[in-house]
Design a binder for this molecule. Sequence first.
Ligand code: NDP
Ligand code: 8X3
Length: 253
Amino acid sequence: MNKYVFITGATSGFGEACAHIFAENNWNLILTGRRKDNLDNLEKNLTQKYAIKVQTLCFDVRNNDEVMNAIDSLSQEQKNNIEILINNAGLAVGRGPIEDGLIDDWERMIDTNIKGLLYVSKAIIPFLKTNQKGHIFNIASIAGKEVYPGGNVYCASKHAVDALSQGMRMDLIHDKIKVTNIAPGAAETEFSLIRFKGIEAIAKDVYAGFEPLIARDIAETIYFVANRPQHVTINDLVIMPTAQASATIFHKE
Ligand code: NDP
Ligand code: 8X3
């Protein structure tokens, strides 16, 4: 099989779990992230286990030159065979009242979650258009459907992702490109450790008293959606832990 899936943020969490599930199903992979060691280990692990091709690209999605150079460095064979783009790289930094927010935190979220997603999409969409088929997954969040106290800028950035999913779907319909917006609730990955700047006790507490989603739950859903027949598109999915009813309502024991 020549098909490639291009995954941003494959060095941990949802992106890494997507790499595994697509590899298990014989897809070739283009895996990206900033942590080169993680990319190298993942490549080694997956190519030892599966008869697939893995290309890693180490870049920061916030830097458009890095994005363009990295994607330009792909071979023509790889460019011609990208069928799925998973725009997953993203993060929250900080949680608290808007007036206490740090400009640097706001810029990291806006530059990664919105601008980074746009840079990567702009570089990949021409390949999908040439093929007149393809599927873009944008990883938004329950924070892109609801706003919660202290979530201000992160929620705004994920509302933007939700809007971009709708806009992409309209603009790409004549090119037969599917666009799916994925909106997960609480999932235990490195997300909270990043959000709370490495303070493990606060990060752990986010998931205390209930069973959160795990990265594999999201990857399995994405794989299912990616494998619907050509005439079927699942546009938008909210995926929650059973113990979470909304952004703020949890059943904790
Ligand atoms: P992780 O922190 O485990 O993974 C985030 C990934 O994004 C990493 O691979 C990281 O790679 C990459 N990334 C972050 N910043 C950059 C950057 N500037 N350039 C390139 N890559 C970057 O978290 P999750 O797997 O949980 O998060 C994945 C996505 O899911 C995010 O968009 C997040 O907002 C969203 N989400 C998460 C939820 C959760 O509860 N976990 C719920 C809803 C949505 P590296 O550090 O190597 O660059
Ligand atoms: C991550 C989920 O609820 O922390 O997007 O915003 S939440």
